[in-house]
Design a protein around this ligand. Structure first.
Ligand SMILES: O=C(O)CCC(=O)C(=O)O
Ligand SMILES: [Fe+2]
Length: 245
């Protein structure tokens, strides 16, 4: 179970890293499967930086197991509420290949379009669950970058300017970014509205590997516009404990 302090940290900062969540055998089997996926369709010889595989979880028992075969999914439900989250249909295998000398200029949220677009709001979700598959003990080693607190700033922006302004790069004031560190088997939980981005990998010689799952509550799709303006709509345990939010 997440502690009250962890829930409070998630509420304030928009993300937490929970150490050593994934059982060792499930981690080993997932690592082997990533080896196979990458061997079957390898990045080009000279490719550097991000390289992703998006796979269906129904075909990938070894890749969904780190989420659902141990405590990880339950920890995500400590934030969203017991029994509220759907098992995701997709898993992202995220490599970051060195040497990649890159520092992101700003964050994105996971929206398909860079500018506000007409039509219904699509593609939002409740939270990102990331499983670190390699150690990320130092910075600039392929780490994910996050801009703490921007889940709340983004929601305030959409309240003020309207959810029709939904896009990957809302023009908000930004805090200093941080790089996520941790070990293989750690679990990252990040609010959908937390600004984040792909980092560089120029201070390590190891390919960064992570699994990302985009999780939604069962009723998320029925209230996407409201969720963009009310960060805790999908988070009953945080809603009902104002001290944590
Ligand atoms: O590779 C990463 O760590 C981040 C990837 C990401 O933000 C995305 O695919 O939307
Ligand atoms: Fe992203």
């Amino acid at each position: 179970m997440l502690s009250d302090a962890q829930i409070k940290e998630f509420a304030e900062r928009g993300h937490i890293v929970v150490p050593q969540v994934v059982p060792g055998d499930l981690l080993d089997e997932a690592a082997q499967r990533i080896d196979e996926v990458a061997a079957a369709d390898p990045p080009a010889e000279d490719e550097r930086g991000p390289h992703f595989y998006f796979l269906e979880t129904k075909d990938e028992p070894a890749l969904i197991a780190p989420l659902t075969g141990g405590p990880a999914f339950g920890l995500a439900e400590d934030l969203a509420g017991r029994g509220t989250l759907d098992v995701p249909w997709q898993v992202q295998v995220a490599l970051n290949i060195p040497p990649y000398s890159h520092r992101p200029g700003g964050p994105h949220i996971d929206a398909a379009h860079a500018e506000p677009a007409d039509g219904p709001i699509r593609g939002t979700f409740t939270l990102l669950a990331g499983i670190l598959m390699t150690d990320q003990l130092t910075e600039n080693a392929g780490n994910l970058w996050v801009w703490p607190g921007t889940h709340l700033t983004h929601a305030a922006y959409f309240r003020e300017h309207g959810p029709r302004m939904f896009c990957a790069y809302p023009p908000i004031d930004l805090p200093e970014p941080e790089q996520i560190t941790g070990r293989a088997g750690d679990l990252l939980l990040a609010h959908y509205l937390l600004g984040h981005n792909i980092g560089g990998n120029y201070e390590s010689d190891q390919t960064r590997r992570a699994l990302y799952f985009r999780l939604s509550t069962t009723d998320h799709a029925s209230h996407r516009s409201e969720f963009l303006q009310d960060a805790w709509l999908d988070y009953e345990p945080i809603r009902s404990h104002p001290a944590t939010a």
